[in-house]
Design a protein around this ligand. Structure first.
Ligand code: CDP
Ligand code: CDP
Length: 212
């Protein structure tokens, strides 16, 4: 059983993916963390995000960055979204994600291209979304809670720019995968969003069982 969870920034896909993984007792991978970890390497070296060559080098040795508190900072978000548009960067991080999705026991992955590229044959695909304003508000709250500076207008502007880059790039853009179920969390609490997501996956599994 493979569950693909995609969606734009701060839509709640990570929260939902983690909850689905816990519910169905499956391992979970936050694929955005891989791009962020590479971005953090580049940021720390003072590397150039406009250089595909340097961005690919930054994809090496990302393991120790995956738990770094700076991973969620705005500069790292911005660099991650820039370098993730390079085909060679996506290629460098592809195998690790495909292997995770292909585990015999199944897996839950969240990101931008799980249902389209990483696991196109996923058992269930969710596309999680919410309005830009709601998503920016969530990100502001998150940054402030981590003790990082955050201003709504700036965060909204960054979020719109990142969504546009992620949607308009040629290589594995953010897109609703064929067969995916859309879950709009704009007016849902975390608990409501999680409950609806689990119910949608359950309904999908029941439909598949009936067919077999
Ligand atoms: O949590 P949030 O949605 O803000 O971002 P994330 O999922 O941690 O991803 C950070 C950046 O990595 C995104 O803006 C994308 O540019 C990139 N990304 C990607 O290209 N493909 C993925 N499967 C996951 C993330
Ligand atoms: O992974 P992604 O960037 O899409 O979002 P997330 O990290 O799961 O959620 C971003 C923030 O929004 C977190 O602080 C969540 O607790 C919050 N959230 C919310 O307020 N309401 C929801 N329905 C889902 C998430």
């Amino acid at each position: 059983m493979v569950i693909a969870v995609d969606g734009p920034a701060a839509s709640g896909k990570g929260t939902i993916a983690r909850a689905i993984a816990a519910h169905f007792q499956l391992p979970h991978m936050d694929t955005g963390a891989l791009y962020r970890a590479a971005a953090l390497n580049l940021w720390r070296w003072g590397g150039d995000p406009n250089s595909e060559f340097e961005a690919v080098r930054a994809c090496e040795d990302i393991g120790s960055n995956l738990e770094d508190p700076e991973l969620r900072s705005e500069p790292v978000s911005r660099i991650a979204s820039k370098i993730s548009a390079y085909p060679a960067v996506r290629e460098a991080l592809l195998e690790r994600q495909k292997a995770f999705a292909a585990q015999p026991g199944g897996a839950v992955l969240d990101g931008r291209d799980i249902g389209t590229v990483i696991a196109p044959d996923a058992t269930a695909k969710l596309f999680v979304t919410a309005t830009e304003e709601v998503r920016a508000q969530r990100r502001v709250r998150e940054l402030l809670a981590r003790g990082m500076p955050a201003h709504f207008d700036e965060v909204l502007c960054d979020l719109k720019a990142r969504d546009a880059r992620d949607t308009n790039r040629d290589s594995a853009p953010l897109a609703q995968a064929p067969g995916s179920i859309v879950l709009d969390t704009s007016n849902l609490s975390v608990e409501e969003a999680v409950a609806q997501a689990i119910a949608l996956v359950r309904a999908r599994l029941e439909r598949l069982e009936e067919r077999n």
